[in-house]
Design a protein around this ligand. Sequence first.
Ligand code: ADP
Length: 400
Amino acid sequence: MKVLVINAGSSSLKYQLINVDNGEVIAKGLCERIGIEGSMLTYKPEGKGKFEFKQDMKDHTDAIRMVLDALVDPEIGVVKSMDEIDAVGHRLVHGGEKFNKSVIITDELIKEMEVLTPLAPLHNPANLMGVRACQAIMPNTPMVGVFDTAFHQTMPPKAFLYGLPYEAYKEHMVRRYGFHGTSHMYVSQRALTKLDMPKEDTRIITCHLGNGSSISAIKGGKCVDTSMGLTPLEGVPMGTRCGDMDPAIVTYLMERLNLDKKGIDNYLNKKSGMLGISGVSSDFRDLEEAANNGNERAQLALDTFCYKVKKYIGAYAAALGGVDAIVFTAGVGENDRGVREKVLSGLEYLGVDVDFDFNNSCPRGEEVEISKPTSRVKVFVIRTDEEMMIARDTAALTAK
Ligand code: ADP
């Protein structure tokens, strides 16, 4: 069964065509600058190199059309016709409390997503543009929505409630939802297969550390807490997002810097985090390089990040009543050995005993265990694969 996985942002659209039966990625790529001058499609058919097409895409429908044209192209295509695509799986960001698992996309679901738009004003409308574009071009192909929030819906109220008047939750949907759920679910399921113990007893902490970062506490395979909140701004400081802070800072800075709602939103989401602290970059590779060359603020940004990740691990070990495995994933978690070392050193009291030499030399892109064989807590580095997860859910819900 072939599933087209779509991850639509406001001006970009990532796609993968996956054969779910054998796990093969048949082709993948990206549409950039949709609706902006200089639009471009990148298309990578497996084993046939990489192609770039610069052509105007005025909207997501144009983008999807270009993707499909490339997929069925007689020379560089990978399928004979669109009919070979059995289903489409869409990454949808915010499913609120309504969706705790993946669902077939219907008109009803689209209406529900629109109700949730105030919670994800940038993401949900962009996701829906991707859905509508596919519906317009492939009206008879079944589609499934896979939510970033769904995996976290098992959190108990004591974990998802804020210390606000209860009506903020009941009337205004204010609560912790959490994001990166598909990734936390995927890597925790992989970790479960490596732990030699009954699933219901397992206590896993998953650290999805990328440009956006979140950490989850998972008991018996179910999420019981996570660091991102109502929006992806909460938790550890990220590439450009501030993460946890005293909420009074918002009004204080609005006044001091004369910022309006948009201004403060931009300040906290785009100018803060690693970029804001270092003044160098939001990219961890740049930070590592600058820190190695003696840039103190780059070092400070890295130290701050690792310290906050470590604090979350401590908090979640307390929430879980101990920990059996810690998992690192996403761009930073999978690749940045220095970050892993800093986060994990000093956790011996928890039963974490890391082979730091192996951490520094282990192959990238593979699933590895970086704890010593005698370590009570296993530490894994696992490459995340949200697209495969979306493809599998889509196949499961649409298989005839
Ligand atoms: P997102 O999906 O949130 O955009 P990713 O999970 O792709 O983010 O992570 C992007 C981050 O991963 C960037 O900050 C990048 O610097 C970091 N990263 C990627 N490769 C490396 C590496 N080899 N060493 C350190 N950091 C890396």
